[in-house]
Design a protein around this ligand. Structure first.
Ligand code: C5P
Ligand code: MG
Length: 189
C-alpha cells in the first residue's frame, strides 16, 4: 500500500503519518524532515535548501526527485509501502511520482487530504513553533507557505480526484478521531 498525505502546513500530516506508518507497516517519507536534516548537517544540499525553506518556497523538482529516489531504493524492501508526507507538492511532482512508481511496478493506493481551515492553521503553527522551534513556523513565512500550498499544491486535489484516489478527511477533529477516520478508510483498501 502506497499513500500520499496532502494538506496545508499545520494540517497534522506528520502527526498522522507516524501512527499510520506504525499500524500499516509503511515507511514514512517526509521530504520536509529530510530537508531539515540536511540543513542541520550542513551538507551541500542543506545549504542550498536553507534559503528556500526560510522563504517558504519549494526546492527544485530535481533535488526532490533525487531525495525520493534514494530514499525509496534504500527502504523499499523493508516495508509494505511508503507514506509520502509533503510530496508531491505540485502537478509536475505528481507526474514525477507516477513515473517513478511505474518503474518499480507499484501504484498509489489512496491520497488522503487533511482538510483544515486557514484560521485554525495559524493557531496550530504558533503552538508548533513553541514546541519544535522550526524557523519556518513564523507568521511571515507561513504566509508564503500557504500561498505556495494554494497555488501549487491545492490543484492536486482535482488531480487525484480525477484518478479516483482522493479521500477527504476533516483535519480539525481531535488527533485520535482523525486517526480513526483514516484507519477506517485504509482498512477498506
Ligand atoms: O513538508 P514540510 O512543511 O515539512 O516542508 C517544510 C519546507 O520544506 C517547505 O516549506 C519547503 O520550503 C520545503 N519543501 C520543499 N519541497 C518538498 C517538501 C518540503 O521545498 N517536497
Ligand atoms: Mg510535516
Amino acid at each position: 500500500m502506497n499513500l500520499i498525505l496532502i494538506g496545508p502546513p499545520g494540517a497534522g500530516k506528520g502527526t498522522q503519518a507516524k501512527s499510520i506508518c506504525e499500524k500499516f507497516n509503511l515507511c514514512h517519507l517526509s521530504t520536509g524532515d529530510i530537508l531539515r536534516n540536511e540543513v542541520l548537517k550542513q551538507t551541500d544540499l542543506g545549504k542550498q535548501a536553507k534559503d528556500i525553506i526560510d522563504k517558504g518556497e519549494l526546492v527544485s523538482n530535481e533535488i526532490i526527485l533525487e531525495i525520493i529516489k534514494k530514499f525509496i531504493s534504500i527502504n523499499m524492501n523493508n516495508y509494505k509501502g511508503f507514506l509520502f508526507d509533503g510530496f508531491p507538492r505540485s502537478e509536475d511532482q505528481a507526474d514525477m511520482l507516477n513515473n517513478l512508481l511505474e518503474e518499480i511496478k507499484v501504484g498509489i493506493s489512496k491520497v488522503i487530504l487533511l482538510d483544515v481551515d486557514q484560521s485554525i492553521l495559524l493557531q496550530r503553527i504558533n503552538k508548533r513553533k513553541e514546541e519544535e522551534g522550526r524557523d519556518d513556523d513564523s507568521e511571515e513565512i507561513l504566509k508564503s507557505r500557504l500561498d505556495v500550498y494554494l497555488t501549487q499544491t491545492q490543484p492536486l486535489i482535482d488531480y487525484y480526484s480525477n484518478l479516483k484516489l482522493l479521500e477527504k478527511v476533516d483535519g480539525t477533529m481531535e488527533i485520535i478521531q482523525v486517526n480513526q477516520r483514516i484507519n477506517s478508510i485504509l482498512e477498506a483498501v
